[in-house]
Design a protein around this ligand. Structure first.
Ligand SMILES: [Cu+2]
Length: 399
């Protein structure tokens, strides 16, 4: 039994016939020492703001407890001492100006005492000025995209928990559903401004240790910030019900000392530039059908199978089947098929994959969808075609 409950239980047995106010107050005061150890309480977190939010939460909690004890204590005492069986007679008085003033003034004073620290903390939480680093966070069914606005670095961060753990075929790790392939890396001791938005539905970026929880809305940018005190790994989740895999888009932040972070961001920028150059190289190569099918299957299982299912059957009434569908089999729908994969389909859960995958991966996955599960169209899409659809040559505007 958690300590708080055993304390409550013990205190409830103290004096069966009378409420021991003294004991309750002692418990209330002493519990402040252990409040942080209670696992279902808020965390103190790893930032000055999260500590302030925690203190504010505890202050308001204790004020509420005290009000509850006084009000319910007075009620219970009155019920017991002025009960009918004791021959109590109701007092007959009306319109006492003094009492009315008192029961208006006391709650107003309590509310002001609560509002003052709450407002001060909220104002600090909203002050995103003078940031050292800005990260654009984009929620997308069902992953997060991070872009460092001062550096040429951006990437998607996807759930890394294996499908076998999810299906129960493997034992679950200690960080089950709270692990990603690429964590967001941030420097310690710097003010980091977050800009939140979404590609599709409303998500919410929530890391309890930073006391940051902000909605990521499509077509709108929300702001928040943090300054992390300690290096380490911090975990969070999407906190807005955003569809089928809402529970599968965790957040992992790795906070590194500033010097280490500078090294990491420089290396990542160089790696990403090299990968981009390599992708352009690959885009000029021609794939055979078996090569495209091999790569396409990997891409399909990693990005498409959650909705369209590994066997291409979809989920009837929710996600369309690709196996035997007109779009994935008929020659006249080939261009539409490519367009949907690259740019998404508005009004549906089908998101644009054009900026999430390389031209080669996009070509391979469309080839796979057009040839797997008896679709067998024989079509082989090449990366060069995808590239031309992604970056159409702009007509000369001078003409
Ligand atoms: Cu979400």
């Amino acid at each position: 039994m958690p300590a708080i409950f055993s304390n409550v239980h013990r205190e409830c047995n103290v004096g069966k016939n009378a409420i021991n106010h003294g004991a309750w107050m002692v418990w209330l005061a002493s519990s402040s020492v252990s409040a942080n150890d209670i696992t279902f309480n808020m965390t103190r977190g790893a930032t000055a703001i999260s500590q302030q939010v925690y203190d504010l939460h505890m202050t308001i909690f204790y004020i509420c407890c005290a009000i509850g004890l006084i009000v319910f204590g007075a009620m219970l005492w009155s019920i017991v001492h002025h009960r009918k069986s004791r021959g109590a007679k109701a007092a007959q008085f009306h319109e006492s100006t003094r009492i009315e003033l008192l029961w208006t003034a006391i709650p107003v004073l309590i509310l002001v005492a609560m509002a003052a620290p709450a407002t001060s903390t909220l104002l600090k939480m909203e002050d995103t000025s003078k940031a050292d680093l800005t990260v654009l966070i984009t929620g997308s069914q069902w992953k997060w995209h991070y872009k460092y606005l001062e550096h040429p670095v951006e990437f998607y961060s996807l759930l890394a928990t294996s499908k076998k753990q999810i299906s129960g075929d493997e034992p679950k790790s200690g960080t089950y559903l709270l692990e990603v392939d690429q964590p967001l890396v941030l420097p310690v001791g710097k003010k980091i401004r977050f800009l939140m938005t979404s590609d599709d539905v409303i998500h919410s970026w929530w890391v309890p240790a930073f006391a940051v929880k902000k909605d990521a809305n499509p077509g709108y940018i929300n702001e928040s910030w943090t300054r992390i005190d300690k290096a380490g790994t911090y975990r969070g989740q999407c906190a807005e019900l955003c569809g089928k895999d809402h529970g599968f888009m965790p957040i992992v932040v790795v906070a590194k000392p500033a010097g280490e972070f500078d090294g990491w961001i420089a290396k990542t920028a160089a790696d990403q530039a090299a990968a981009k150059a390599q992708q352009q190289d690959l885009a000029s190569q021609t794939m055979t059908l078996p090569q495209a099918m091999e790569l396409g299957e990997k891409v399909f299982l990693g990005h498409c199978a959650a909705c369209h299912q590994p066997a291409g059957t979809g989920l009837p009434g929710i996600f369309p089947a690709l196996k035997g569908s007109k779009v994935a089999t008929l020659p006249e729908h080939r261009a539409q098929h490519l367009d949907i994969v690259l740019h998404g389909k508005s009004g549906t859960a089908m998101q644009p994959f054009g900026k999430q995958l390389t031209a080669q991966e996009l070509a391979a996955v469309v080839t796979y969808e057009r040839n797997a599960w008896d679709n067998k169209t024989g079509d082989v899409i090449q990366a060069a075609e995808v590239q031309s659809l992604l970056n159409p040559v702009e007509p000369n505007k001078d003409k």
